[in-house]
Design a protein around this ligand. Structure first.
Ligand SMILES: Cc1cc2nc3c(=O)[nH]c(=O)nc-3n(C[C@H](O)[C@H](O)[C@H](O)COP(=O)(O)O)c2cc1C
Ligand SMILES: [Mn+2]
Length: 485
């Protein structure tokens, strides 16, 4: 933030989306429990701003709805956002403390607020109840005081109670330390902020690295933090709502099912910890933030960008600096494509091996392709895999690997709510790269066809009454990247 500018928050983001023609306003009344999830599900292209919710609430969702929106938030394009975020991951900015905060304009003690009055929605037909999907959970390591921020699904269970799904990672590690002392873990959960806070919370980095430092780097400005009222934690001053509470030790309750990121309900369902809330603060005119999961929904976009960027950052030094162009996580989140130009035979496999064992546990299938493949067009990926792969030598399966606990296709060990929860499975790499440029003759066999005069434009030839039809055509089609150059 410069002296004259306001901090970036959810309000600046709503204005930015609207200016870019990316926001649909919903002025009719919408019931979060029975209607909102269906509307979000249908809006894969645009953000939705619900203006007429029960108890006078407004709520933003599907923002980002897709990688294009995420790129807008980072000041990049679909093609440049991942390399840009990979670079920003090396530029941490420490937060600053402030004394007074918009998010503490109003304060509510226990009994004065009721989570069931918030516009928390039910996403899927078979979900176990309304789930707060957009609460970012702040905790501390009780030994070191190091802060952690991460996303956790919070199923609303009463006026002051929610469930919480804790995958065995950093928040879980903090919780285990409190549990060993038989003490509740204090938590602060903030709802509604600029999307780069969410991207930072979804970034898996080293244990002990404060995700607010990452958020500062992403935003290019220090996060403004304020002390909570009832817990020894700090939250972003410019968020919309903050819930203060604690997770009791050793206590579990049934939680789930929930519409999850792979597009399935069941993973994670079981005996999970709960959060008890004793305090709420918020802006006077607070705007709620909803978030729906499911493949290619907002929740997925928040996985895709940080995960792709962290893996890009890891791959860029493999073998002393490959010719790496881009990385993108595929729908479902357990697959990933690496776009590169090999310097030598076999280099594709070297990068894929690194992609399969990064900070993230999700990636099970990694595919490498060349620069001429549009990695944002699934048709081109399928084409590359069936015209550039010799299965006997380009596909490698590694059995007996530790996989993401929410990959329903693999054997589940342990259970949710325990530190032993995992899937035990395998991983696969598919090297669909073509011979390196140095081998001119071998590479020539893979030169893609282009039409004669590829610079010609359909609109310059179409009849006047067909022009609207031409303009309605998607700019992305098979081979579109090879045209007009
Ligand atoms: C939309 C969304 C929802 C998520 N839900 C959960 C969840 O319910 N439980 C969980 O443990 N992790 C969840 N995650 C993943 C973690 O928040 C994410 O991997 C984060 O980087 C973990 O932080 P940590 O590395 O500090 O542990 C979710 C991520 C996203 C993007
Ligand atoms: Mn962390």
């Amino acid at each position: 933030m410069t002296a004259s500018s306001r901090p970036q928050d959810m309000r600046s983001w709503i204005a930015q989306l609207e200016a870019a023609g990316e926001l649909i306003r919903i002025d009719k009344p919408v019931d979060p429990l029975t209607e909102m999830g269906s509307l979000l599900y249908q809006s894969r292209e645009k953000a939705l701003f619900f203006e007429n919710l029960p108890h006078g609430w407004r709520s933003l969702g599907q923002a980002p709805a897709n990688v294009r929106h995420a790129a807008l938030a980072f000041g990049a394009t679909e093609e440049t956002v991942v390399p840009k975020v990979a670079n920003l991951l090396g530029k941490l900015i420490k937060p600053v403390m402030v004394d007074s905060a918009p998010v503490q304009e109003l304060e509510f003690a226990k009994g004065e607020f009721d989570l069931t009055q918030l516009p928390v929605h039910i996403a899927g037909e078979k979900d176990g109840g309304p789930v707060l999907g957009c609460g970012l959970v702040v905790t501390k390591d009780p030994d070191t005081g190091q802060r952690n921020v991460s996303f956790h699904r919070l199923q609303i269970k009463g006026p002051n109670k929610s469930g919480i799904l804790l995958y065995p990672r950093h928040t879980w590690k903090n919780y285990e330390k409190y549990q060993a002392r038989n003490e509740p873990m204090p938590v602060a959960i903030f709802i509604g902020h600029h999307p780069l806070y969410y991207a930072a919370a979804a970034t898996t980095a080293a244990y002990g690295l404060d995700e607010f430092d990452i958020a500062g780097g992403y935003l290019g400005e220090a996060v403004r933090l304020v002390k909570c009222k009832t817990v020894d934690l700090e939250v972003p001053a410019d968020a919309e709502i903050v819930l203060e509470g604690h997770i009791p030790p050793h206590y579990r309750e049934d939680e789930g099912p929930f519409s999850e990121f792979q597009d399935y309900y069941v993973t994670g369902t079981g005996k999970n910890p709960i959060v008890e809330y004793q305090y709420m603060t918020r802006r006077r005119d607070a705007i709620f933030k909803n978030l729906q999961n499911g493949s290619e929904m907002e929740g997925c976009v928040f996985h895709k960008i940080p995960m792709s960027a962290a893996i890009f950052r890891r791959l860029k030094d493999v073998g002393g600096g490959p010719n790496l162009h881009n990385v993108m996580v595929l729908p479902g989140i357990f697959g990933l494509v690496v776009q590169m130009t090999s310097r030598a035979y076999g280099e594709g496999k070297n990068l894929l091996l690194a992609a399969l064992s990064s900070e993230y546990q999700h990636i099970k299938i990694a595919i490498a392709v060349d620069a001429d493949v549009d990695i944002f067009n699934p048709l081109e990926l399928l084409w590359a895999m069936n015209t550039r792969v010799d299965p006997a030598k380009d596909v490698v399966i590694i059995p007996g690997t530790h996989n993401h606990a929410m990959d329903a296709s693999l054997e589940e060990l342990g259970a949710p709510g325990t530190g032993l929860w995992q899937r035990f499975g395998s991983k696969m790499l598919i090297d669909a790269t073509i011979p390196p440029p140095g081998d001119v003759k071998a590479r020539a066999a893979f030169e893609r066809i282009r039409p004669r005069n590829p610079q010609l434009r359909l609109e310059d030839f179409a009849a006047a009454d067909s022009l609207d039809l031409v303009r309605s055509l998607s700019p992305r089609f098979f081979g579109s990247k090879l045209i007009g150059k």
